[in-house]
Design a protein. Structure first.
Length: 350
């Protein structure tokens, strides 16, 4: 029990008093690429794309029966558990040939115990045809807000001056940084790389000793391939995401299968963290209605591979993730009457 309490305190307090704050992470990373790589914004070439992601990591993690005092347990059940990491992400992409690329907006709300992080990223991506594929290079401005939510936590040493100051004078800060990314998409493969939080500057938080928090400078490398199987109704799609803050590395390895472009399922393995089962569908993929065919929904359930995360003894019962993506075009096809050049019969309006 004491070991689990120590893990919790290290996880929560060190994220404030030590040196780095990492981005949120999801097993459905191909759907989150506009957030971590501005060069991937607009890669569908649809006029508008909206993506909603929810991911709850280490669900039900309860490192101590006594995180709340006995007289509060019945009325404050929400405080009895450390619910892991809850993230909400929304991505919006606007693609237009008139601006030679796309504009992307991403918002992430990330709850880690008593710490809440809200990130907003706004950027522009220049897209062009290169060889047989499409190349994008993007720039992103990032705003990040962190607040500490006093929540009646019971710590090993409640008299620790840092803990007392966190509870009585919760810190908060707003920081601005930048990101750069490139992405190339061919017919059967894609690859991208980005660096976020380029400045990586430390933001002082008024605590004993003058500790500060720094948004970690992070490098992302990602890519994938599409194999058409002997039965052309099926495709196999391996994908990978490597991320590092130049001190540690983390890798996601995914394999998806798709049937007729409609139903998809697969597995994701995050090294030394979790194995995740994925399932989803694009129910209107073959529809003639352009306002329906761009809908994509999915669900993921992950099983922790970390020893301390087992449910027995108050550990996690897994990760839950949801994705909803909707892309569509807002242009109209022009109809021409009379005589004229056959080269001008159709013009894209967006």
């Amino acid at each position: 029990m004491e070991k689990k309490i120590i893990i919790l305190i290290c996880f929560v307090v060190s994220s404030i008093t030590l040196k780095a704050q990492l981005d949120g992470q999801t097993a459905l990373f191909p759907w989150a690429s506009p957030y971590y790589n501005p060069g991937a914004v607009g890669m569908q070439n649809n006029t508008l794309c909206f993506t909603f992601l929810f991911f709850n990591q280490n669900s039900g993690f309860t490192p101590s029966e006594g995180l709340v005092s006995g007289d509060e347990q019945s009325s404050a059940s929400e405080n009895q558990y450390f619910h892991g990491i809850r993230d909400f992400m929304v991505n919006a992409e606007f693609y237009s040939r008139k601006i030679r690329g796309a504009i992307g907006l991403s918002v992430l709300s990330d709850d880690i115990g008593p710490q809440r992080n809200i990130g907003v990223r706004l950027g522009y991506t220049y897209r062009m045809k290169l060889g047989s594929g499409d190349f994008g290079v993007g720039f992103q401005a990032n705003l990040h807000n962190m607040t500490y939510k006093p929540n009646n936590w019971v710590y090993i040493d409640p008299n620790d001056p840092i803990i007392h100051e966190l509870e009585t004078n919760p810190p908060s800060y707003l920081n601005m940084d930048f990101g750069l990314g490139v992405h190339y998409k061919a017919e059967t493969w894609d690859v991208g790389a980005s660096v976020v939080n380029l400045m990586g500057k430390e933001v002082p938080i008024v605590l004993s000793g003058g500790e500060g928090l720094r948004l970690a400078r992070q490098l992302y490398i990602h890519g994938g391939y599409i194999w058409t199987l002997p039965n052309p109704s099926w495709t196999l799609e391996p994908k990978a995401l490597i991320k590092t803050d130049f001190a540690t590395f983390q890798t996601d390895l995914m394999v998806l299968t798709r049937y007729n472009g409609i139903i998809w399922t697969g597995l994701n393995y995050r090294i030394q963290d979790a194995v995740t089962v994925l399932i989803g569908a694009r129910p209107f993929f073959n529809s003639s209605n352009n306002y329906l065919k761009g809908l994509d929904v999915g669900f993921a359930y992950g099983i922790d591979t970390k020893k301390f995360a087992y449910k027995s003894g108050g550990g996690s019962f897994g990760h839950f993730e949801l994705v909803l993506k909707y892309c569509f075009d807002i242009y109209k096809t022009e109809t021409f009457f009379g005589y004229g050049s056959s080269r001008a019969i159709y013009r894209n309006q967006y």
